[in-house]
Ligand binder design. Structure first.
Ligand code: ACO
Length: 322
């Protein structure tokens, strides 16, 4: 059994905030943000728009792209670090909005690595025969946990959601089959103070704000990313030059470019959306994947590497054939 991506979708809130707009709130400049991060703008959810609304719309878009209906799905995993509420799970709210009551829905929390963790998890459910079709969603409203007095973090993040439909299909067992070929997940809690939210139900009973030691994150990111991608290459015999597309977590253009360079992945195979979306955490990979699928760059049969690194730290890769 292989878990094959049969549909992609996304949703971005209407409101676009440019770097210039941010200069009215904090002491920053378009030039500083572009140079250090590659970010030009980000989308920000409306007051009454929640993570489940974004995830629901991305899910509908992915189902439509797949030519399927909500009733055809029996597993929903929503990767998010910004759930609507502490509980119930945002995935269950999305399930409810989709109007289905069968199957299971749950959230997965691995911050920016959430989407690769969720893809890997859904893959095991499909391979194990526990589900036939999964909606794997990354949805975030990071604008809600940003401290707009902290210019070192508030300029980096945006809101949005992306989704894929994964379907269990019979394969020949060959590496040439479509579907997820391998996934590699890691975590190391010794780094928890480098990127965290200073609140939560058990500690402060408030939602808290994102705190980050940017330089420390940067220092570890490239090494961790290249490690899990090397694991994927070793597990499959696929090499950097065999990849058609590299769809990395969109945190920072400098991290993306350094990782691609270190791995020997050609610059024209890198899908970059951080300029338009900012860092949307768990939503960034499915958002970028959706852009490159819908604009025709990523085609059926293409070999695609997904990777992410984020708070925890957590990091991981998913290698798939579309
Ligand atoms: N506008 C203007 N100046 C700023 C801003 C801002 N928004 N933010 C910080 N500065 C200033 C600092 O105060 C500092 O000034 P000083 O030298 O007078 O003290 C100066 O700019 C340089 O600050 P640094 O922190 O050294 O800047 P650096 O080059 O490290 O860039 C950045 C900061 C962009 C956060 C970088 O460290 C980075 O990209 N880190 C990776 C973090 C990341 O991407 N995290 C995303 C979440 S994790 C993930 O998704 C992987």
């Amino acid at each position: 059994i292989r878990s094959v991506v049969v549909g992609c979708g996304s949703y971005l809130p209407e409101n676009v905030v440019t770097n210039e707009d941010l200069t009215k709130i904090v002491d920053t400049s378009d030039e500083w943000i572009r140079q250090r991060t590659g970010i030009e703008q980000r989308h920000v959810a409306a007051n009454e728009e929640y993570t489940s609304d974004l995830g629901y719309k991305a899910a509908l878009d992915a189902l439509d792209h797949a030519g399927l209906e909500a009733k055809d799905v029996d597993l929903i995993i929503c990767a998010t670090a910004t759930p609507d509420n502490t509980f119930p799970a945002t995935a269950v709210s999305i399930q409810n909005k989709l109007g289905i009551t069968h199957g299971a829905a749950f959230d997965l929390q691995a911050v920016c690595s959430g989407f690769v963790f969720a893809m890997s998890t859904a893959d095991l459910y499909l391979q194990g025969g526990k589900a036939k079709r999964a909606l794997v969603i990354g949805a975030e409203t990071f604008s809600r946990i940003l401290d707009f007095n902290d210019r070192t973090t508030c300029v980096l993040f945006g809101d949005g959601a992306g989704a894929v439909v994964l379907e269990a299909q019979e394969g020949s067992g060959e590496v040439s089959d479509r579907g997820i070929l391998t996934s590699h997940l890691r975590s190391d809690g010794r780094h928890k103070d480098k990127l965290y939210v200073d609140g939560g139900p058990s500690t402060t009973q408030t939602a808290g704000y994102l705190r980050m030691q940017g330089k420390e994150v940067f220092k570890h990111a490239v090494g961790m990313i290249t490690d899990v991608i090397t694991d994927a290459f070793e597990a499959t015999g696929i090499a950097a030059e065999d990849l058609d597309w590299f769809v990395p977590h969109q945190a920072n253009k400098r991290i993306i470019d350094s990782s691609a360079k270190k791995l020997g992945i050609a610059a024209d195979k890198v899908v970059t959306t951080v300029n338009l979306h900012g860092n949307t955490s768990a939503a960034s990979i499915p958002l970028a994947l959706n852009v490159a699928v819908k604009d025709g760059r990523i085609q059926k049969g293409d070999t695609v590497m997904l990777e992410a690194m984020g708070g925890g730290f957590t990091w991981g890769s998913v290698l798939l054939r579309m």
